[in-house]
Design a protein around this ligand. Structure first.
Ligand code: F6P
Length: 489
């Protein structure tokens, strides 16, 4: 086990000796699904799961989450309990059951059609439906009730994840004043001007101000939150201490930049299996020797996928010498397809890829390979290693972990990261080529620069990037939040 993991485990044991830990999130850390007649357990590809699963494994505790798998009920007992990890149980997963209507209103509705576009400045209009809001409140209550059933009125640490559960901190404090509550907001917090259109803004802020600690990825989002509170509530923001006093309760607002498991990805990218997969990618898609670019994203309109495709089109117009000798592989993992904006994006991307490929096609060669499907990590690591450059062109992103994964997998230090200035990651990964996804010409020239940069410069930049991610890894993220919690106990 690497040093960071050992430190995190030790800290978890010391900190949590006195009080149980409850982690709460919408997405569960283990999902049971049925294939034909067989039930299998899947772990979602989520940085949050990577960080918090070892903490709970070390000190025990409970993880409360929506049971979304089609075999979840079958795998749990009558209280929704499942001992996990299944092969060597160390803590309890408590599943919360939601009806189809509840999932529709709370997850697809208020969370992903309202709060998601509200917090990401990607010029998509948020949809605010009273029925979605009512369901969001109802589901937050359901989570509060499930947690109360687990801990009663004993002192506990409750660590809540993300925008699906903004009302939970206050609900928990009202039920049990002995809990210490932290919430980490995994997406950006917008400026007060953008936030003020939400019809239920006051209730959301009051919910979050039930926290003892409220975490964001970067200081900028902390400041936006404090400015929003200042505008919307009769509260006392303390900018010096980055805290808010509301109704006599103090909420400390802090930045904790999330990351990836650098050591694990570095090791996993350096295996014979990945070397084999690299050969398979090359053969299957007739990839050129050099000049391979990649993009790996959930199919989400915040990721700037059409913008980067347009930049590739412009790059080929301006640099025809690359026609026939360049390929861009775009992985688009389908996501939240019940929401109309996501379906529209899928169609738009297909359309643009088709246009660009028709325009620049030469014989059997075409510039873009577009794969709208999930790929297992070793496949993605192989692609990361083949790439001369990776484009992360988010229009707005809390952090963006693809950028950090690409760096972690780049064991030969031969790749260039093109990183949107509108990601949290751009504040840490200074040696990336920082881009503006809205500026098509500028981005297309950055692609050219990435392809023609000297190997020495590529290596120097990547080496520094790897030091940054090695140092600021996912265990550091969990560790710094645990330290803050332990000081409050
Ligand atoms: O970025 C916010 C986030 O919730 C991540 O934590 C997660 O990986 C991603 O969005 C996808 O979320 P989901 O598929 O659970 O809606």
């Amino acid at each position: 086990m690497v040093q960071n993991q050992v430190t995190l485990r030790r800290l978890a044991r010391q900190t949590l000796r006195s009080r149980p830990l409850v982690v709460v999130s919408n997405r569960e850390p283990y999902i049971h699904t049925r294939h034909n007649d067989e039930v299998t357990v899947m772990r979602p590809a989520s940085g949050m799961v990577v960080a918090l699963d070892p903490v709970l494994r070390a000190c025990g505790g409970i993880w409360v989450a929506h049971g979304s798998g089609d075999a979840d009920q079958q795998a749990a007992d009558a209280r929704g309990h499942v001992p996990v990890p299944p092969e060597n149980p160390a803590y309890t997963l408590r599943r919360v059951w939601l009806s189809k209507e509840q999932e529709e209103g709370y997850y697809y509705g208020f969370s992903n059609s309202g709060l998601w576009p509200l917090c990401h400045i990607a010029y998509r209009r948020p949809i605010f439906e009273k029925s979605h809001w009512d369901t969001y409140r109802e589901v937050n209550e359901l989570f509060a009730q499930s947690i109360a059933e687990e801990i009663g009125d004993q002192p506990a640490f409750v660590f809540v994840q993300d925008y699906h559960l903004a009302l939970l901190p206050r609900m928990l404090k009202e039920r049990n004043p002995n809990v210490i509550v932290a919430l980490f907001w995994h997406i950006p917090w917008p400026n007060p001007e953008a936030f003020r259109i939400c019809p239920w803004k006051k209730a959301l802020l009051e919910g979050l101000l039930g926290c003892d600690i409220l975490g964001f990825h970067v200081r900028y989002h902390c400041n936006n939150f404090i400015d929003t509170v200042d505008r919307e509530l009769e509260a006392l923001p303390d900018r010096e201490m980055t805290a808010v006093v509301y109704g006599g309760h103090i909420t400390k607002v802090r930045s904790f930049p999330i990351s990836v498991d650098f050591a694990a990805i570095t090791a996993a990218a350096d295996t014979p299996q990945v070397a084999r997969l690299m050969k398979q990618w090359r053969a299957k898609y007739k990839l050129p020797r050099n000049n391979i670019g990649i993009g790996v994203d959930r199919l989400d309109y915040t990721k700037g996928i059409p913008e980067r495709l347009r930049a590739i089109d412009r790059f080929l117009e301006n640099h025809p010498e690359y026609v026939g000798n360049f390929v861009f592989v775009q992985i688009g993992v389908p996501s939240r397809t019940h929401v109309a904006e996501y379906r529209k994006l899928g169609e738009e991307v297909e359309e643009i890829v088709g246009q660009i490929n028709r325009k620049h096609r030469k014989g059997v060669w075409k510039p873009i390979v577009y794969l709208a499907e999930h790929h297992e990590p070793p496949d993605i690591y192989a692609l990361y290693r083949l790439a001369r450059f990776c484009i992360v062109s988010s229009l707005h992103d809390g952090m963006n972990l693809v950028a950090k994964e690409f760096v972690s997998a780049n064991i030969k230090e031969d790749g260039v990261l093109l990183l949107s200035r509108f990601t949290g990651a751009a504040r840490q990964l200074r040696q990336a080529m920082i881009i503006n996804p809205y500026a098509v010409d500028e981005l297309s020239e950055s692609i050219y620069t990435a392809l023609t940069m000297s190997d020495k410069e590529v290596q120097a930049r990547m080496r520094r990037l790897r030091e940054t991610v090695r140092e600021n890894n996912i265990y550091k993220w969990a560790e710094s939040i645990l330290r803050k919690l332990s000081r409050l106990a």
